[in-house]
Design a protein. Structure first.
Length: 206
């Protein structure tokens, strides 16, 4: 995965070349990612990252997401949905929320992303998702209003309910109150922008 080749951009979003994922994260080079949040009209779905993931294991995150490779378009990002949670979705079924700048900085890396963020209205029950064990170990739902408030920084906790997949493949029920420490540390600006975009889209739909 570290050897995957990504498109690299300058601060203004103009492409300036290519680099491996490892190099992009080591040098803080801007690159593209694909993010999609699932909703059933009442709740937003969040994944719990696998315990074997190199980056941010066991933390909660976007329903499905991933890096766009150098040869890929934004439309190709839908592959991430089927790869991670076993649901086939057409790009045309997604609602585009915008390109949001997202920086994740740790002692080990500086991940600078131009994130293409989407919302998908899912009619299939969350419990039917087939999770890729190397990527995702659980899926939870949270109330839309609570999610927006949490992402916007208006509250510090979020009640999540769903399932985890055990090593034997069995799904077990899960409910827990989450704090920001339970989430992948995206930039606060990203969380706020996503909250605004989802809230705006749903208000227009309503």
């Amino acid at each position: 995965m570290e050897t995957e080749v990504l498109k690299i951009f300058d601060e203004q979003g103009a492409r300036i070349g290519s680099a491996t994922r490892k190099e992009a994260h080591e040098k803080g080079l801007w690159h593209e990612t694909f993010h999609v949040y699932f909703t059933d009209g009442n709740d937003i779905y969040l994944q719990k990252r696998s315990s074997v993931k190199k980056g941010f294991p066991r933390l909660f995150d976007i329903t499905a997401a991933g890096h766009l490779l150098a040869q890929e378009t934004v439309q190709d990002g839908v592959r991430e949905i089927e790869e991670e949670i076993g649901i086939t979705v057409k790009f045309e079924e997604l609602a585009y929320l915008g390109e949001i700048r997202n920086i994740i900085q740790t002692d080990e890396m500086i991940d600078k992303e131009f994130s293409h963020v989407f919302l998908y209205e899912c009619e299939k029950p969350m419990e039917s998702f087939v999770l890729q064990p190397e990527e995702v170990e659980g899926m939870v739902r949270v109330r839309i209003d609570d999610f927006i408030g949490f992402y916007a920084g208006k509250c510090n906790q979020l009640t999540a309910e769903g399932f985890m997949v055990e090593k034997d493949g069995k799904k077990t029920s899960y409910i827990r109150v989450l704090s920001k420490d339970d989430f992948v540390p995206h930039a606060e600006e990203y969380f706020l922008a996503v909250a605004k975009a989802i809230g705006h889209h749903l208000s227009e739909e309503g």
